[in-house]
Design a protein around this ligand. Structure first.
Ligand code: GRF
Length: 188
């Protein structure tokens, strides 16, 4: 059994809605969970996800600065707070290789497609336009190349004829919430 104080400290970087952050927080409250969300950083002051951090009394910071300043501040906060893993959850900036090197801890990301298919943005629209039969989500390690790091977990769902980008996004998002927590527990 994992004692409370031995739970791995996780930082989550967000830019918006924060539904994945919410799901990660919820999962972390389970007795069997091996991690604790100790820090939330947002590069946007209006990110709705900040409310989940506040409600759960998790330290949170808004850093609305150019990338290098964001990264320097983030590195300091990660060190001070003894963070062991970073999870990107709807974080809309591409971290530099310098940051990835200096952080020296695993950085995870969730992407709403079956990587390596459909890297980048607007995945649902592109999946439907390309008439893909399946979509899904992928949790992967972050490296210098966009959406290209080693895959930790992936789940798929069928795309129905009746699906549009919005309905598909909703279905994939529900899947993301499960997959991210599972992937995080798996690597600890
Ligand atoms: C998710 O679809 C995630 O896969 C992508 O951005 C979206 C973030 O949603 N990277 P939320 O902010 O976690 O609700």
């Amino acid at each position: 059994m994992v004692a409370l104080n031995s739970k791995s400290k996780v930082a989550v970087f967000i830019s918006g809605r924060g539904s994945n952050l919410k799901a990660l927080i919820k999962n972390s409250k389970l007795k069997k969970s091996k991690y604790k969300i100790s820090l939330v950083l947002s590069n946007k002051s209006n990110a709705k996800g900040l409310n989940f951090a506040k409600k759960n009394r998790i330290k949170n910071y808004i850093i609305e600065k150019k990338l290098s300043s964001f990264e320097n501040r983030a590195l300091r906060l990660i060190k001070i707070n003894n963070i062991k893993i970073i999870c990107l959850a709807g974080f809309m900036r591409i971290l530099s290789s310098n940051f990835i090197k200096k952080a020296k801890i695993p950085i995870l990301n969730i992407h709403p497609s079956l990587l390596p298919k459909l890297k980048g943005l607007n995945t649902h629209e592109r999946a439907i336009n390309a008439k893909h039969k399946f979509s899904g989500c992928t949790v992967h390690y972050v490296n210098e190349k966009l959406d290209s790091g080693k895959i930790i977990a992936q789940k798929k769902i069928r795309i129905l004829k009746s699906d549009n980008p919005r309905s598909l996004a909703m279905k994939v998002l529900r899947l993301e919430h499960k997959t991210y927590a599972e992937a995080l527990e798996k690597i600890i």
